[in-house]
Design a protein around this ligand. Structure first.
Ligand SMILES: [Zn+2]
Length: 345
């Protein structure tokens, strides 16, 4: 199968591939992720059609793009590094509903963030902290009730950051130079758990207090606790804060995983929960930056890979039903021309 899908592109003269088996395994693994997502999305779209008002949010074009995601996949094998990657696809980019796009956006944002740190060296000299900031919730509350509470908290800390120069004394935000945040959602038997993941930097070393119960220990900041008590009407009164080590790219990446990741634990959500979540968030951005990270375009990522080596070979695949079949470049161009790929190619 691999042989027939081979596309001659920048193929170095005389070179040959010895590890087809390994390349096939990588390609198969990615294809399986897209096929599982496709099946889940078909099931979700069938669920949507039982809802009277679903067309208020989901247009036909949107659904076509969602289902068409990954119907074309281009893999690239690099001779120099002996690596195979998913180079491009007709990504739907609806990362609140599409697991492969959520994973890809998170991965791209992590790489982009590392680039930003290296091009703004002063950021690497800062002290970095990871904060988890949940809001109060009960098992019988709807998503919108908990999400509104979180939006109140978001406005409170946005205002505090904007006004921080006016503060004197022990206000937590007056010491923070900037950061990024993401909003993460899960649903369990305890209801909707929506919380902020914050990655902040400061020139100062923050004073942290160790807390513990029977099962675990974590750190808190007294000044952040004071701020939460006085600014959030008891909607958020607990947090954890950890100092992060940014001394190598590996450590940066590991530490970024918690913040720049997808906004949803998809596996924890039923179709009705996913519908409820999306109905209230489809217009909202669940990630943002502030202070010295504002305007650095951390979230403007290109889904396609652009960092090409000079020596590579491409393998193209087209999804036919619930399988992938190899494809030639000319066939791909024809499919694009007649609009058969269900999304941007
Ligand atoms: Zn997608």
């Amino acid at each position: 199968m691999m042989q027939t899908s081979r596309l001659q592109a920048a193929h170095p003269a005389g070179s040959r591939i010895d590890n087809y088996k390994e390349i096939s395994l990588i390609i198969k693994k990615v294809q399986d992720i897209y096929l599982k997502s496709y099946k889940d999305k078909i099931s979700f779209v069938n669920f949507l059609k039982t809802k009277d008002n679903y067309t208020d949010i989901f247009s036909d074009a949107f659904i076509t793009r969602l289902l068409g995601c990954g119907s074309f996949l281009r893999f690239r094998y690099f001779f120099d590094t002996d690596k195979t990657k998913l180079k491009s696809a007709n990504f739907c980019k609806s990362d609140k509903l599409c697991v492969p796009c959520a994973i890809r956006r998170a991965y791209k944002q992590q790489n982009r963030f590392i680039d930003v740190l290296h091009s703004h060296i002063f950021l690497l000299a800062q002290n970095w902290y990871y904060i988890v900031l949940p809001v109060r919730h009960t098992s019988d509350e709807s998503f919108s009730v908990v999400f509104n509470r979180l939006n109140f908290l978001r406005k409170s800390f946005s205002m505090s950051i904007r006004n921080k120069k006016r503060y004197t004394g022990n206000n937590f935000w007056s010491d923070i130079s900037g950061g990024v945040y993401s909003i993460e959602t899960t649903h369990t038997q305890n209801g909707w758990n929506i919380h902020f993941n914050l990655l902040v930097n400061t020139s100062k070393k923050l004073q942290l207090v160790k807390c513990s119960d029977f099962t675990k220990s974590w750190y808190q900041s007294d000044s952040l606790s004071d701020w939460l008590i006085s600014h959030t009407e008891n909607n958020s009164y607990i947090h954890s804060i950890n100092h992060l080590d940014f001394s190598s790219d590996e450590l940066i990446k590991t530490n970024l995983l918690e913040v720049l990741k997808y906004s949803l634990k998809f596996s924890s959500l039923s179709h009705s929960h996913l519908f409820e979540f999306f109905s209230h968030t489809y217009k909202n951005r669940l990630i943002g930056s502030f202070g010295n990270l504002w305007g650095l375009k951390i979230f403007d990522v290109n889904f396609d890979d652009t960092d090409d080596d000079s020596q590579f070979i491409d393998f193209l695949y087209y999804r036919l039903g619930l399988f992938y079949v190899p494809l030639r470049q000319t066939t791909l161009q024809i499919l694009c021309r007649v609009g058969k790929l269900g999304g941007p190619a």
